[in-house]
Design a protein around this ligand. Structure first.
Ligand SMILES: C[S@@+](CC[C@H](N)C(=O)[O-])C[C@H]1O[C@@H](n2cnc3c(N)ncnc32)[C@H](O)[C@@H]1O
Length: 307
């Protein structure tokens, strides 16, 4: 690793949009290497911060980076348990929450985690190393239709079917054990032109399944809305269209006052508007940021304010 600390994505904008106020309570739901968290700590001295991550190594890294700041409580849990994790700390309302989704540079670069096709490691990809489902189990032991669903829906790659068939045939012969075993199978059925894109998408699909990323995100967004105080802010940075679609649809739905069919004579839905959308279109990193930190290139930031 060249830099001791990676560059947090859309750092200034994401923290600015949290609209930090003195004495407020804020949650960094994805503490990772503590990049955003570190800036959050330095915004105001008297705020209270809860830093969550399902990865114990991330929590340890964040603790190290933010050791100068006393008022942080670290929570090594899945952010889908947001409300209960806060309730255990006697918190029922917060003033802002940040999600910087996906995996961290640390997870990608550290040895033995199996997230990257660039290194030959066991097929693992678990963000929480205590959970049971690994990429090895998905690739080798998922029923064929379930594996097809994962590859098709989560990779959105046109070559998914060829790759699926190749995996099914290969696993009949012997287990597919490592990232490079899988990489070779994928490479044998795709053109070299799209190689890296397809490899990234298929690895991403497996990672999403192993970590149940989309379901966790949906649950965490629902919980955030309930725990945000009026005028509290939610800021979400996503890195692929599946995540961004969930965030966008959620924001649009929570912004609505009524969801009755257009022809209904009067409103029967009891829907409440819960969110004001601050970013009408998602914000993107600047050209300069992308040049400095290519990992930011697919980032989309959306922010909303509790109504
Ligand atoms: C992109 S990194 C965050 C980087 C961080 N903002 C920084 O600047 O260092 C995403 C982090 O979110 C964590 N994460 C992903 N899904 C999670 C979930 N469902 N619950 C808790 N943490 C999660 C990952 O373990 C990873 O450490």
């Amino acid at each position: 690793m060249k830099n001791r600390f990676h560059q947090p994505v859309m750092l200034d904008k994401s923290i600015e949009l949290l609209n930090i106020k003195p004495g407020g309570i804020y949650v960094d739901a994805t503490a990772g290497g503590g990049g955003h968290l570190n800036k959050l700590c330095n915004e105001q001295s008297d705020i209270k911060i809860f830093a969550m991550d399902r990865d114990e190594e991330a929590i340890n890294a964040a603790k190290k980076r933010c050791k100068h700041f006393d008022n942080i409580t670290y929570i090594n849990k899945n952010f889908s348990y947001l409300t209960s994790a806060l309730a255990l700390n006697r918190i029922t309302k917060i003033d802002g929450i940040l999600f910087d989704l996906g995996m961290s540079t640390h997870q990608l670069q550290s040895n033995g985690r199996g997230f990257s096709y660039k290194k030959n490691e066991k097929l693992d990809m678990r963000m929480n190393q205590n959970s049971h489902l690994t990429a090895f189990k998905v690739v080798n032991y998922y029923k064929s239709d379930m594996l097809a669903k994962v590859l098709k829906e989560y990779s959105e790659d046109r070559a998914w079917k060829r790759i699926w068939k190749k995996i099914l045939a290969a696993r009949e012969e012997k287990e597919i054990k490592t990232t490079h075993d899988l990489k070779k199978l994928i490479e044998s059925v795709i053109s070299t032109k799209n190689k890296n894109k397809t490899l990234s998408r298929i690895f991403q699909a497996l990672r999403i399944e192993v970590n149940q990323e989309l379901d966790n995100l949906k649950k965490a967004l629902e919980e955030s809305i309930e725990v945000l105080d009026t005028k509290g802010r939610i800021v979400v940075i996503s890195y692929h269209s599946l995540e961004d679609r969930i965030v966008k649809n959620f924001f649009v739905y929570q912004n609505k006052e009524c969801v009755c069919p257009p022809k209904a004579p009067f409103c029967i839905c009891d829907k409440e508007k819960k969110l004001e959308i601050i970013t009408k279109k998602p914000l993107r990193p600047s050209e300069e940021e992308i040049a400095q930190n290519p990992a930011s290139r697919s980032a989309k930031l959306r922010a909303g304010e509790r109504y």
